[in-house]
Design a protein around this ligand. Structure first.
Ligand code: ADP
Ligand code: MG
Length: 255
């Protein structure tokens, strides 16, 4: 039997910024329900790759496919509506409650419903209640259930980063892009987030693309790894294969 078609396929994507090739014919696929890690030194092009996948950056060449659906050239809100959600490196929310932030995620899912609900229509009010119930479920899934009505500003840094994760999940994505989800976290927060990513992948059947510098986390969560260096893919394989790859050792350790 042949392998199932990939959830996400990146084919020969090239991105240039004035004089700099940030991504140079990068290709990889993400198997349904798997975690694909994208690793590499600072400046390797990982965040740029996420910007291409989420529609914030238009590649000079190459394509991105979600299942059979062409994503290349579509605007970010369309890509999000088609089922690709992301978190950002270095962005944590500080305003509102956890519930407020997650309802913003639901809002992005159904604009019309929320307009109607502002007018107080009964069907819209019911939908609003359903969105709130789902937001609460997602908060519980990422371990924020007890903080659902708490102001985000009062949460720990690790919990605030997980609000971003929960907000992305509120879009009910098929593919989740996580850009350095444990950056800046302490050991306990890292372990907690790793567990949460494993749980949401399993329970929601998500495919995940993970950008992360924490090799322990990558080794623990990833099914496949693609290594970028100066925008070029230099290695691909299982975490074990990649860890022993001579090019990877050179890029990381400068040997
Ligand atoms: P990573 O996330 O792997 O650290 P980035 O994707 O952020 O790397 O950056 C890859 C390269 O592209 C870097 O050299 C960076 O300076 C450059 N770069 C990223 N975004 C832009 C931009 N909008 N304009 C110009 N150069 C950029
Ligand atoms: Mg980055």
């Amino acid at each position: 039997t042949s392998a199932p078609p990939p959830a996400l396929a990146v084919r020969d994507v090239t991105v240039r910024f004035a004089g700099l090739t940030a991504l140079d014919t990068v290709s990889f696929t993400v198997a349904p329900g798997s975690v694909h890690a994208l690793i590499g030194p600072n400046g390797a092009g990982k965040s740029t790759c996420f910007n291409v996948l989420s529609g914030l950056c238009r590649p000079a060449a190459g394509r991105v496919l979600l299942g059979d659906t062409e994503l290349t050239g579509r605007p970010p809100h369309r890509i999000a509506a088609l089922g690709v959600a992301r978190t950002f490196q270095n962005i944590v929310t500080t305003a509102g409650t956890v519930a407020d932030n997650l309802m913003l995620g639901r809002h992005a899912l159904s604009r019309a419903g929320f307009t109607a609900s502002a007018l107080g229509l009964p069907r819209a009010r019911r939908e609003q209640r359903e969105h709130l119930a789902r937001a609460r479920e997602i908060a519980e899934l990422v371990g924020l259930g007890a903080h659902f009505d708490a102001p985000v500003a009062l949460l720990s840094y690790g919990d605030r980063k997980r609000v971003e994760l929960a907000r992305a999940l509120c879009l009910e994505p098929r593919v989740l892009l996580l850009d350095e989800p444990v950056a800046g976290m302490n050991g306990a927060e890292r372990a907690r987030t790793a567990e949460v990513v494993g749980t949401v992948r399993e329970q929601l059947g998500l495919s995940v693309v993970l950008v992360e510098h924490d090799m322990g986390l990558v080794m623990r969560l990833a099914d496949e790894v693609t290594v970028l260096d100066f925008g070029r893919p230099i290695a691909h394989g299982t975490p074990d294969e990649v860890r022993r790859h001579p090019e990877v050792l050179r890029a990381y350790l400068g040997t």
